[in-house]
Ligand binder design. Structure first.
Ligand SMILES: Nc1nc2c(ncn2[C@@H]2O[C@H](COP(=O)(O)OP(=O)(O)OP(=O)(O)O)[C@@H](O)[C@H]2O)c(=O)[nH]1
Ligand SMILES: [Mg+2]
Length: 445
């Protein structure tokens, strides 16, 4: 059975490619503020597990609509003759430079694609658009119009009354700000546009909802695995290698933890189909760095909250862990080197870890015992995941981590803290991991 296929057409620079990118969850679609970015018709399919949900064809904008319309109208063809006229035009003009863009955009329509006509309703209507709409009507294919808003103006009323004469379905859709719900709503509108694909589109909507749920589940799982790994992380090295080189060992330890986070962020990007390098985590400004004073301030908990949690938590916390670890290693060997704190000398809530001799040959560092570390990782991961979950694939701005506004209730923080303790001590059971994952899932929007 054929899958739904729509051709996205319109004037140059009105957001056609942005719409294709958003609806196919594909950030490889070329978008720029320069008119004429798209020069060839190009197909993008939303495919999952080998199943094609639907196909969208990105096209160049109309260049010579008036001239083309005159050619098509010659001899005043009847309604039934019109599509044949377009076919004939494609035959006659396909090798000519003059109508290169028109041929690119009309061919996939005549091959059976439905039409999505895009206008910028932040700018006023002008008669040249009428010629484009007339041409599209010649094709005799099902069609809908999308009102995009690139600037701040609002000429919806004006556009509505004109588009209404050509299209049965008119829908506002902002490809840069579209949420998952907007995406689904647009697919619903496509059902009314092209009833011949009703069943396929309905199925696509259901599959897309499932896919979205799966993506969130996967992200929550990855965040859980990553925090568990980071909180229990330690390295053991030959003491000869690091004799008098404690700083190098500390740096290696921190670098490894940063890498665990980087891998998580890459995994989240992959799950959500973000491949474009514009989404690379920037290293500046400093708050992006895991071990920075700023990161601790933005993503960590306040001293007061930490204290409250540690007094509420029955599991070991804060100072107790310090003693436990210190005492333990005391019997095995001597604690050497300074403790590793966060970047700010006077700011740190606690030490990250101490370097310990665990025998004459071996030194060990980790796991991190500062209670805030788990929360910093957690908040950064949730911030990153939510940023991408709410980012359309057409939005090519560099993504930035931002502070989490709605602070979690103290009971939730307490639960997180107790799981963090279990992770650190490698005492988490499968059910703990599952519960932690579900708590993360609750935070994904
Ligand atoms: N603010 C805002 N900008 C948008 C929106 N949609 C598109 N743009 C911007 O408008 C410009 C053109 O977008 P494209 O998607 O490349 O437009 P196009 O119609 O494919 O352009 P051509 O391929 O040149 O015909 C880009 O700079 C987009 O970022 C929108 O909804 N809001
Ligand atoms: Mg384009």
């Amino acid at each position: 059975m054929s899958h739904p296929k729509f051709v996205v057409v319109g004037h140059p620079n009105k957001g056609k490619s942005s719409i294709v990118s958003t609806l196919t969850l594909d950030d490889s679609v070329a978008i720029s503020n320069r008119p004429g970015t798209t020069t060839k018709a190009r197909s993008f399919k939303l495919i999952k597990s080998g199943k094609i949900f639907y196909e969208l064809i990105d096209t160049p904008g109309f260049q010579r609509p008036r001239k083309l319309l005159n050619i098509l109208k010659k001899g005043e063809p009847t309604a039934s003759e019109r599509p044949k006229r377009v076919e004939q035009f494609l035959k006659d003009y396909s090798n000519l430079e003059e109508f290169k863009d028109e041929c690119e955009l009309l061919r996939p329509i005549m091959d059976g694609g439905g039409i999505i006509y895009v206008v910028d309703a932040s700018k006023p209507y002008s008669p040249e658009f009428e010629q484009e709409m007339e041409i599209l009507r010649f094709c005799g294919q099902p069609s809908m119009a999308i009102l995009n808003y690139i600037g701040d103006g609002d000429y919806t009323k004006e556009w509505d009354s004109i588009l209404g004469q050509y299209f049965r379905i008119i829908k506002p859709f902002n490809p840069l700000k579209a949420t998952f719900k907007d995406h689904i709503d647009l697919l619903e509108a496509l059902i009314h546009t092209a009833p011949q694909w009703k069943e396929e589109l309905k199925e696509a909507i259901e599959l897309l909802k499932e896919y979205h749920k799966e993506q969130k589940e996967l992200i929550a799982q990855k965040i859980t695995d990553s925090i568990k790994e980071a909180l229990s992380y330690k390295i053991t090295k030959s003491s000869l290698l690091f004799k008098n080189r404690e700083d190098a060992l500390k740096e290696e330890f921190k670098r490894d933890l940063e890498e665990i986070e980087e891998r998580l962020f890459d995994d989240i990007k992959t799950i959500l189909n973000f491949k474009n390098s514009a989404f690379e985590m920037p290293k500046e400004p400093i708050e992006y760095k895991l071990f920075s004073k700023e990161s601790q301030e933005i993503f960590g908990l306040s001293k007061e909250k930490l204290l409250l949690i540690s007094t509420l938590t029955s599991a070991t916390a804060g100072g107790l862990i310090d003693l436990a670890v210190g005492g333990h290693s005391f019997f095995l060997g001597t604690i050497i080197g300074g403790a590793i704190g966060f970047a700010g000398a006077n700011y740190g809530y606690g030490e990250l870890s101490k370097i310990r001799f665990i025998s004459n040959e071996k030194v060990e560092i980790g796991p991190v015992k500062d209670n805030n570390f788990g929360f910093i990782l957690l908040n950064r991961a949730i911030s990153f995941a939510n940023k991408l979950l709410n980012s359309s694939h057409a939005n090519r701005d560099i993504k930035q981590l931002s502070a989490i506004n709605d602070e979690l209730p103290i009971q939730t923080l307490k639960k997180f803290a107790s799981y963090h303790n279990k992770f650190r001590e490698n005492k988490a059971k499968d059910e703990d991991v599952e519960k932690y994952k579900n708590m993360i899932l609750d935070e994904l929007r």
